[in-house]
Design a protein around this ligand. Structure first.
Ligand SMILES: [Cu+2]
Length: 332
């Protein structure tokens, strides 16, 4: 409806319409209130202007009036609050089974990695009609991942992961901006999101060269860095068996419980002593400064992929038997 109306960018995600509806409601409400106030100022100024024979009369308060002008605005604000909260939680909660894209921002570019192992710079290809979860981090300063057509904007913070998700509804090419001033060439930190029909997307995936899925890259790193010497698929290792642990609660030695999410895995690798798993000794060496953001993403993707392989190949010295490819969820 607003395609040729420059006030609105294209609407190309499932949440775009919801965000716009709330926005339009706020604009209409504010316009209505502003106009009503100005009209009344003028009307009363005219009606109660000074005239001979008319004396001003003091009104000493009215309970009905006061209740009315408290309850009506309160109701309106509750509507705005609930409406906004519903959209906020929708936008904050990535649906299960979403395709995952790892994003590393740096001055001044976007590096994007698909689960299947494809890497892109300043360009992201995604299929239409499919939930996409972004796992974002920065290797220098704060950036912000902003795709106006999807109505998503998410800060990208060094030292931790933030997430965002969207489901594109229309094929096309959309702007990607950095929305957080990040240095001299901030304005040049732009890119595009290319939404393809599923068949075109499959063709795109099979066209680009890849050295294997992100999880399999992570698996190789897991061997190279010696993680597999402590983390084994049985219970005999010096570190916990990582198979099937993603998304589950972990009991720590101080009695607290945390959910194993991407940020927890990240911290466990970079700075293991921050949270010690109950029943284990703090012997894991910190990998801060040893692994790059990309390697860290691959390790996280690998540990997550072990959930799809719950058998964990018991008895083998590594979490997966050599030669087995961890299965990334298939894109339809
Ligand atoms: Cu930036």
């Amino acid at each position: 409806m607003f395609d040729n109306f420059p006030l609105w960018p294209a609407r190309a995600s499932t949440t775009a319409g919801n965000v716009d509806a709330l926005y339009i409601f706020l604009v209409v409400l504010s316009t209505f209130m502003s106009v009503a106030i100005f009209v009344m100022i003028l009307a009363f100024a005219a009606k109660y202007r000074r005239r001979p024979g008319h004396a001003a009369e003091q009104i000493e308060g009215s309970t009905i009036l006061e209740i009315t002008w408290s309850v009506i605005p309160f109701g309106v604000f509750v509507v705005i609050f609930v409406w906004g909260a519903v959209i906020f939680f929708q936008e904050r909660t990535p649906p299960r089974g979403a395709t995952e894209i790892y994003v590393v921002a740096k001055q001044w570019m976007w590096k994007l990695e698909h689960e299947e192992g494809h890497r892109e710079i300043n360009e992201l290809h995604v299929p239409v009609g499919r939930d996409v979860k972004m796992i974002l981090t920065s290797q220098d300063v704060i950036h912000s991942f902003y795709v106006p057509a999807f109505r998503i904007k998410q800060d990208v913070v060094p030292g931790r992961y933030t997430t965002a998700w969207f489901r594109p509804t229309r094929p096309g090419t959309y702007h990607l901006f950095c929305a957080e001033y990040c240095g001299t060439q901030h304005s040049g930190m732009i890119g595009q999101v290319v939404v393809l029909e599923p068949s075109q997307y499959e063709a795109w995936l099979s066209g680009g060269g890849t050295t294997g899925s992100l999880a399999s890259t992570g698996q190789a790193l897991f061997q190279q860095l010696g993680c597999s010497t402590c983390h084994r698929s049985d219970t005999q290792g010096r570190g916990p068996n990582l198979a099937g642990t993603f998304g589950k609660p972990v009991l720590l030695d101080d009695g607290q419980t945390v959910i194993e999410d991407e940020n927890y895995i990240r911290e466990s690798i970079l700075n293991p002593s921050a949270k010690i798993v109950s029943g284990f000794k703090p012997i894991m060496p910190p990998f801060q400064g040893i692994v790059s953001e990309e390697q860290l993403n691959a390790l996280v993707a690998y540990i997550k992929s072990l959930n799809q392989n719950p058998s964990g190949a018991a008895g083998s010295p590594t979490l997966l038997p050599a030669g087995t490819q961890p299965q990334a969820p298939k894109v339809q």
